[in-house]
Structure formats: C-alpha cells, structure tokens
Design a protein around this ligand. Structure first.
Ligand code: NAP
Ligand code: ZN
Ligand code: ZN
Length: 359
C-alpha cells in the first residue's frame, strides 16, 4: 500500500543476537520527489548480513532487516526523478544515502562519506533505522539506485551489488586488473567466486587460495581459475612463493595472512576485503624487505557500481546462485556459516515472501 503515511512493508528481521530472522511488518517513507519505490524481486544473502543479524558489526539495531544485494522493478517515482520510470529494473547495494557534498561524495566515493547511510544498520534521513532487501518494498533516492542492464538476469545479477562491487572496486583502485598480471583470490565464497570471474574477464591469470580442497575442480573448470592452492598445505604454498602480483582476500574469519605475503612478488599488494571479527596478525618485516602493501577497501561508490554492473552485463558475468524461498532464510544462514553454498544464496522475494494474513 502506498500513501502519504508511507509504504507498508513486510520482511524478515533479526530480533536479537541469535540472528534468527522472523516475519516483521514496518513502514518505509512515502516516495519523495527524488525517490524511486520498487518491488523487490530478489535479494542476495551476503556474509555481512549474517554478521549484522548477530550483532557482530558493532551496535546492532533490532529489529534489523538485512539484505544489500537487492534487485527489483520500479513501481512509483517521485516528481523530480529523471533516471527511472515505472516498470524499469533497478538495483540497490550497500548504501542508500550520504551527505552528497563532502570531498568523498564529490569524488563519487559515497562509501567513504562520514555521513553515509547503509542500506541496513544505519539511521535514515527520516530518523528511522534503515532496513534492507529481505522485504517486499524499497524506497530510495534515485542517486543510490542502479540502472539494470536489459540482458542481466535479476537473480544472478543481484549479488553483484555487494559481492561484485566489493571486489571490482579494489581491483580497479589498486591496479589489480592489468591483463597478463597474476592475481590470487583467497576464500572461494560469494565475493571470491565473482572476483575470479572479473579477473578472467580482464585477462589475468588467477590462482584461487582456499581451505577447501574439494572446490578445486569447480574453481578451475566452472569458474575459469588457472591454478588452485590449498592454503593449509605448506608445500603447495611454498612452491608458489613470489608468484603473485596481487591478492584479494575475501575470508570471513580470522586466518593467518603472513603466508599470503609470501606468495606475493616484490611490490605485491594484499587487499583484505573480508571482515574477520578478530584482528589479523601482521609482521611488518617481510613487507618491508619486499616493499609489499597491505590494504583494504569498502564496496564501490554508486558511479563505479553502475560501471561494474554494466561491465558484468557486457561480459555475461553473474554470480552462481542457489535461489531459495523466503521461509528458508534461517536454514540458508546456517549453511552459509558452514560454507555450504555454491556460491550465493538469493532469496526469491517476488514469488515467495508472503505477509501473514491480517486479522
Ligand atoms: P562467504 O560466501 O561465506 O565466503 C567466505 C569464504 O571464506 C568461504 O567460502 C571460505 O572459502 C573462506 N573461509 C571461511 N572461513 C574461513 C576460515 N576460518 N579460514 C579460512 N578461510 C575461511 O562470504 P562472503 O559473502 O563472500 O563475504 C566474505 C567476507 O567479506 C565477509 O567477512 C563479509 O562480511 C566481508 N564483506 C566485506 C565487504 C566490504 O565492504 N569490504 C563487503 C561485503 C562482504 P574457502 O572454502 O575457499 O576457504
Ligand atoms: Zn555484502
Ligand atoms: Zn559525503
């Protein structure tokens, strides 16, 4: 239902640090002059959703509706909207607001704006907690909405809005996209498998570095990686010493990073985009003698997210997804924690998210 009073919305929310999600009704702001409102059709499940639901990412705001890989169809536009019309496909990633005037915003780097508003786990401009895409309706300023390429599927494309953007942006910024160079991708999950696909589209040689020996066959034959290292096998790691120009580390948990520096050539860069909930341990000396770099990155700004989506569509890059019904979401979270997904769960919101009948 629309109206002056806001958009009645139904979703699944975490209520406490158990992270267990349950049905939740709430109201989104009414569609403002610069807003697009859309019907959510698909939403990916990022590992960050799991951490956020359990309150691992700082102060949780409960109830919390996660989801920042959101794709759908525009149902209403504000009077001043210029880039969308009703019926357009649309996407929203990790951010729904920023100050629009600071140095970072002026350079299309909204994720680094000190006043950025995340799709969930923030307070919105209306003073209410933001809620993500495990819900049937979104209302967002058109600046933060991504135009959807016609040939990109909504289900396989949705995860690109966070997973794709979070690996694409550092690969561009740190120059890890140069054809012929050799990239390592650590952790073959949602982010990692998309990183392999972008790197291959740029013409890089790709080595996957994984704890799961059973992923080797699919990494090479399905995702197109060139080499595969089991990170817990010291001999394999030793043999690959000094072979990589750069590494994108997507691991979601604490893990040793010093063996990864050993894989880098002189001047190599290790870019950690995973968000372990314990500090990583770094010995500076091996970095010093190889002039190696440790760096990190958030997801892409809005302009770059659009470029990434257009690039993905042009190169037929989508995430490998397991599409699930909304009422499977708690089971999916359990399986995600165990690494039991190839490689992204995507909730079929459009067909399966049903509000409880009102009494
Ligand atoms: P995911 O699908 O669960 O993948 C993470 C991968 O890390 C797993 O598939 C596994 O790969 C590896 N891994 C897990 N536990 C490990 C351990 N104890 N030791 C070594 N490797 C382990 O998660 P995701 O959605 O890709 O997200 C990855 C991380 O990035 C999360 O921490 C997430 O919060 C973070 N993230 C950050 C940003 C950002 O803005 N920087 C954005 C999105 C997500 P193998 O089986 O191949 O070892
Ligand atoms: Zn994410
Ligand atoms: Zn700003």
């Amino acid at each position: 239902m629309a109206g002056e009073d806001g958009v009645k919305t139904f979703g699944w929310a975490a209520r406490d640090t158990s992270g267990i999600l349950s049905p939740f009704e709430f109201t989104r702001r009414a569609t403002g002059a610069k807003d697009v409102r859309f019907k959510v059709l698909f939403c990916g499940i990022c590992h960050t959703d799991l951490g956020a639901a359990r309150g691992d990412l700082g102060l949780p705001i409960y109830p919390l509706v996660p989801g920042h890989e959101i794709a759908g169809i525009v149902t209403e536009i504000g009077k001043q909207v210029t880039r969308f019309k009703v019926g357009d496909k649309v996407g929203v990633g990790c951010f729904v607001g920023s100050c629009r005037s600071c140095e970072q915003c002026s350079n299309d780097l909204e994720p680094y704006c000190p006043k950025n508003i995340m799709t969930y786990l923030s307070i919105g401009e209306d003073g209410a907690p933001t809620h993500g895409g495990y819900s049937n309706e979104m209302v967002v300023d058109e600046h933060f909405a991504i135009r959807w390429p016609e040939n990109l599927p909504l289900d396989g494309g949705a995860p690109l809005l966070c997973a794709g953007s979070t690996v694409y942006s550092p690969m561009m910024y740190y120059g890890l996209n140069k054809p012929g160079s050799h990239l390592g991708v650590v952790g073959l999950g949602g982010l990692g498998h998309v990183a392999v696909k972008f790197a291959k589209a740029w013409g890089l040689t790709v080595t996957v570095i994984s704890t799961s020996a059973r992923k080797e066959e699919e990494a090479i034959n399905r995702l197109g990686a060139d080499k595969f290292l089991v990170s817990t096998d010291p001999q394999q790691m030793q043999e690959a010493t000094g072979t990589l120009d750069g590494i994108i580390d997507t691991v979601s948990a604490f893990h040793p990073v010093m063996p990864l520096f050993g894989l880098l050539k002189t001047h190599g860069k290790l870019v950690v985009v995973g968000a372990p909930n314990k500090p990583l341990e770094v010995d500076i000396f091996p970095l010093m003698i190889g002039r190696k770099m440790l760096a990190s990155s958030a997801a892409a700004g809005i302009k770059e997210t659009q470029e990434m989506i257009d690039f993905a569509a042009k190169h037929n890059i989508t995430a490998d997804v397991e599409v699930i019904p909304a009422n499977y979401v708690n089971k999916a979270m359990e399986r995600l924690e165990k690494g039991d997904v190839r490689y992204r769960f995507v909730i079929d919101i459009g067909n399966t998210l049903v509000a409880a009948p009102s009494t």
